[in-house]
Design a protein around this ligand. Structure first.
Ligand code: 13P
Ligand code: ZN
Length: 269
């Protein structure tokens, strides 16, 4: 079957990075059934021929007007589609959309009329916010990492930066590779505009935001980098849990060790 990716190697490479990441999410056990979603801003790869393509869906509302998305195109996982299927057949389990002129809706362009993820309001609001703030981040990832979600079932870890400090202190690389830490948003209905608003607010201070008792939302330059941030945070959560399973509360790195690390890696304080 013909694909929009044919003859567009740069765009195809970006989509296959998403597929590779989707495979990792499944292997990690973070993507049960249709769990999780990915959106990437592909506007830089759009050519004149693509711009002239007729949509294959009617205009659908985003649920919000997002002025900074004028002229933008995205690849999105489809709603109810599985990460493990996206890994092998990205263009059957996701689709390319373009934002309408008035920035309040979108049309599906290719390859098939796969309806984008139910978390589209959060993904697109975040991309709007990223563009508005001059960020070069192009990827957003929502996933259900087991140990990080488990932490949010304890009130202590919902307090500002308590989980971040604990996770950073488990292994030095965590702060190095997730220097802005883990933001927390109180439980909110999945797919809601309220969840999108809470996510944007938290992203001013963090690259990875925990949706209480649900999953994380991460942003970065590309999808691999967004995945890496979640991966290092979840690794720290696993170390914490392993220590607790051995019957003790882990000491964590000392304040002096954290300060030395922060200095040596030129990390934010
Ligand atoms: P979708 O299948 O609509 O992407 O939803 C999965 C999910 O994790 C919702 O939070
Ligand atoms: Zn989810």
């Amino acid at each position: 079957m013909k694909s929009i990716l044919d003859g567009r190697p740069e765009l195809a490479a970006e989509i296959w990075k998403v597929a590779e990441t989707a495979g990792y999410l499944w292997q990690k056990g973070w993507a049960e059934r249709n769990g999780g979603n990915i959106t990437i801003n592909i506007t830089e790869f759009v050519d004149g021929e693509m711009r002239a393509m007729a949509p294959i869906s009617e205009v659908k509302p985003i649920g919000a007007t997002l002025p900074h998305l004028k002229g933008c195109w995205f690849f999105c996982k489809g709603t109810n589609k599985r990460m493990r299927d996206l890994a092998r057949r990205p263009m059957e389990n996701g689709s390319i959309i373009r934002i309408t002129e008035d920035c309040s809706g979108y049309e599906i362009i290719a390859d098939q009329p796969v309806l984008p993820t139910s978390e589209l309001p959060s993904h697109l609001s975040v991309h709007d916010h990223l563009i508005a703030s001059g960020s070069d981040y192009k990827a957003s990832l929502h996933t259900h990492p087991i140990e990080l979600v488990a932490l949010t079932h304890n009130k202590k870890f919902l307090e500002k930066d308590v989980a971040t400090r604990m996770l950073w202190s488990m292994i030095p690389e965590t702060k190095a590779f997730c220097p802005r830490g883990l933001g927390i948003t109180p439980y909110t209905l999945p797919g809601s505009v309220k969840l999108a608003e809470a996510t944007i607010e938290a992203l001013s201070d963090y690259d990875v935001v925990m949706w209480e008792k649900h999953g994380v939302f991460a942003v970065d330059r590309d999808i691999m980098a967004a995945f890496d941030q979640v991966d290092v945070l979840n690794k720290s959560a696993q170390i914490y849990i392993a220590a607790r399973n051995m019957g003790f509360e882990p000491d964590g790195m000392s304040d002096e060790q954290m300060a030395e690390m922060t200095e040596a890696f030129h990390l934010p304080k």
